[in-house]
Design a protein. Structure first.
Length: 336
């Protein structure tokens, strides 16, 4: 299938003077200024709509040498102004995502490889509650090839204010069964196992290349330590998939066994930085309120962190975490 040339869709081009153009990338916010000659101007005008390279050369060859046209095209490609696209690049389910990824690469081939990495991924999600349901949906949307989910709980009415997929007709049904039913075209493998030390989770873990812990009973610390043991043995990266308490939300760290700080390092940091750590506990929290928009926002930010990790682009959330106050949108990043 023939490649077509086109000016990158997300590029602003401004005229500063008759022989100087300013190019602004909306993805990187990078601004470049170039001196332009009539050949560059004609190529830019001609490639406002996509064109086969041979057709473009034929169109311009009466005015310019073919060698000069080819050299100019190569230079514009190197600067990320002109891109080559296959005819089917912008069709199908992931067409908009491919255009997003295309801003992060130097070629369409590299873009397609990054999408393939996502599609070849196997990710396990432990817990399908306020965070987990949104995580599962996000992984499905970006095209993760296999998603394994485990949760022994049934849908309750109090879940409906913040958990995705469920409605009042699902009350009393197993959560994982409902999700499987709603995401009919997803490669979804379901389990009804709890995250506890006496439970064998090998079937869920082995073969995965990423784990997501959203199981918070009896505590996120206890369930993460259990998952950490499996991750350490198998060498699988995982994340403590966010959390929320009233108006506060946490973007949890990604832990890569043998490469990053450990989960225990994270917990030790939290204890050391707690100004109330030396006080005697009289009463533990029983429960707190929660809100659907906060659950969705935190989970989707966490999916973005997983997305960046899978494609190896951007600053990945290693050895740090964030706390977001949704009442004033302040964000406190903390290194540990």
């Amino acid at each position: 299938m023939a490649n077509k040339l086109r000016i990158k869709d997300s590029l602003y081009i401004l005229r500063e003077s008759e022989d100087h153009y300013v190019f602004i990338s909306t993805a990187t916010r990078r601004i470049k200024k170039f001196q332009v000659d009539p050949l560059v101007k004609d190529i830019i005008d001609s490639l406002e709509e996509e064109s086969l390279e041979s057709d473009l050369v034929d169109k311009l060859s009466p005015r310019y040498k073919i060698q000069d046209i080819n050299l100019c095209l190569r230079a514009l490609e190197q600067e990320g102004i002109v891109r080559r696209y296959k005819e089917d690049f912008e069709k199908g389910r992931y067409s908009k995502q491919l255009l997003f990824l295309d801003e992060l690469t130097d070629s369409q081939e590299e873009t397609l490889k990054l999408q393939k990495k996502i599609e070849n991924s196997r990710i396990a999600v432990f817990g399908t509650g306020g965070i987990g349901t949104w995580i599962v949906n996000g992984l499905y949307q970006i095209g993760v090839g296999e998603i394994r989910i485990t949760d022994p709980d049934i849908v309750e009415e109090t879940n409906l204010n913040r958990q995705l997929f469920f409605d009042s007709n699902d009350i009393g049904r197993y959560k994982v069964d409902v999700i499987k039913e709603k995401l009919k075209d997803a490669n979804l493998i379901t389990f009804k196992r709890t995250v506890e030390s006496q439970q064998n989770l090998e079937e869920i873990v082995i073969g995965c290349n990423f784990l997501v812990n959203c199981a918070d009973y009896p505590s996120i610390t206890e369930t993460t330590r259990i998952i950490d043991r499996y991750a350490s043995i198998e060498g699988i990266p995982y994340c403590v998939a966010g959390g929320y308490n009233l108006h506060l939300g946490m973007i949890g760290p990604i832990i890569v066994p043998g490469k990053t700080k450990t989960f225990d390092d994270f917990i030790d940091y939290q204890k050391r930085k707690d100004p109330l750590r030396d006080l005697e506990k009289i009463r533990e929290i029983k429960q707190t309120g929660n809100l659907g928009p906060i659950a969705g926002a935190i989970a989707n930010i966490q999916v973005m962190e997983i997305f960046k990790y899978l494609i190896g682009r951007g600053r990945i959330n290693l050895n740090r975490f964030a706390e977001i106050d949704f009442m004033d949108f302040s964000i406190d990043w903390r290194e540990f």
